[in-house]
Design a protein around this ligand. Sequence first.
Ligand SMILES: Cc1cc2nc3c(=O)[nH]c(=O)nc-3n(C[C@H](O)[C@H](O)[C@H](O)COP(=O)(O)OP(=O)(O)OC[C@H]3O[C@@H](n4cnc5c(N)ncnc54)[C@H](O)[C@@H]3O)c2cc1C
Length: 510
Amino acid sequence: MSFSKLSLASLITSAVAVCAQTYPTTNSSISNGITIADLATGASCACTRLAATFGDLCLTANSTNYTAEVMEYWDIRSDLLPKCIFFPADADQVATAVSTFTSCGAQFAIRGGGHMNFPGSNNIDGGVLLALNHLTDIVVASDNSSIAVGPGTRWVDVYEALAPYGLYCIGGRLKTIGVPGLELIGGFHYLINKYGFAMDNVLSYDVVLGNGTQVVADATTNTDLFWALKGGANNFGIVTKFVIKALPIPMISSTIQAFNESYAEDFIAATVEMTQNNDAEIGAGSVVSIQYNATTKVVTPSLLGVQEGTESPPSRFAPYSRIPSLQTVNNVSTPREWHKNLDTPNQMFRVQFAHKTIKPDTDQLVKIYKAWKDAVDTVSDVKGLYPTFVLNIISKSTMTVAKENGIGNTWGLDDDQDLIIWQLSTGWDNAVDDLRMTNWARGFLDYWHAENQAAGLASEFIYMGDAGEFQEPFTGFPLKNVQRMRQIREDVDPLGVFSRLNWGGFKLGN
Ligand SMILES: Cc1cc2nc3c(=O)[nH]c(=O)nc-3n(C[C@H](O)[C@H](O)[C@H](O)COP(=O)(O)OP(=O)(O)OC[C@H]3O[C@@H](n4cnc5c(N)ncnc54)[C@H](O)[C@@H]3O)c2cc1C
């Protein structure tokens, strides 16, 4: 669709008139200076204006690609039905959209890679979805020190762009996860023991604020906002560019290992050993999981391990390599080759991640694992059940990076304690089981977290990227950091656009 200047201008004028007519103050509330329309009226106003101004960059329910776009999510539960979907082509259009949402009082959701897996975290029924798919610019700095990346990119795109220069960076461990989620909420990569979390490697954020202005936040400009974005999620603005530190790591050494059930306890012990012996001298880390098929009763512990450099097999995974495996594949490759095979297709299941954190303790983790298996058996009638027990390692040296880089991050974790996140990742087929599965996970986590608290083993840290919708990651942050973030939010978004109109995902609260 294209418009002449005249018809475009008249469309905008009529859209504004429509909004003026259909924006009843009786159905709106005024909160802290911002007027919030009821859902349908606000969305109608914003969608009409965006369609008038940007034509087919704004999809409505009867547009050809609408159905495909509302399924661009990893979790089927996230397939909601927005009134329209707007695809800004650049930061200026993001700014126009934010101003439109504000003046219409329209509720909206932001989607990057669409992997945060709970409904409403990145989509909105009846509101406006701002989909960042078109913001895919990637530029490697001429001195090879960094890479500038748009929020519509996936991690595989970033690794592809860095590959010709023999560079790598700290991002997602699998292929198609979105860049913005990890850069705003933390980011577990393989090499975090040496380089810190993904957010610790962001050198600057370009941000559209709630009043539509565009700012840069880095180590010298808007430094409070720079800190707040490192873990503060979508509470402050919409990021339109991330500049990420590039690392001269042309080759990595990997190991893929699978074991049978009789070695599950050794596998957990190896994970604890690895957590406690993974200093920063060599960058090395993993995806550690135990899959349980509740029908066949087959348990499969498995490791995806990656270490920087070419030493093969990678020595940091010796605790696992000592266990007899069903299958081991060691390889040395470029990061690009490694990541390009790690696909996680969208729409495989309804799925939920939820977790708690513990100090490394083999006996307690084995107890939790066994209890989890028993708990899975209690829901084995759930159609399409796909249960996985995941262990995410945070060695002390991971936290040292933020403590020593002069910036820090909002998590404020001390580097005197190794941690392991124990996570339930559960897939199922039917909506009728949503509530049952959520309560199942919640009950299990709460009980075992209480056991861990009683044993002096619990940590209150919750990783937003892998949290269930019923969890409250910010309550695990140091209170002074939450207070500081709230003050920064007040400074950069006094209207409350990102707490009142954009309310999906994890919010700081009022
Ligand atoms: C299969 C799979 C593998 C995963 N692997 C890893 C992993 O290796 N490491 C890890 O740390 N985590 C991992 N995760 C969790 C992951 O960190 C989160 O799901 C993360 O939110 C994904 O980012 P995204 O851009 O794809 O998500 P989205 O769902 O698009 O966005 C996440 C949140 O950020 C907001 N947002 C998105 N873009 C912007 C923006 N530009 N400005 C402001 N707010 C924005 C959204 O509104 C949403 O609330 C994985 C998840 C899945 C499903």
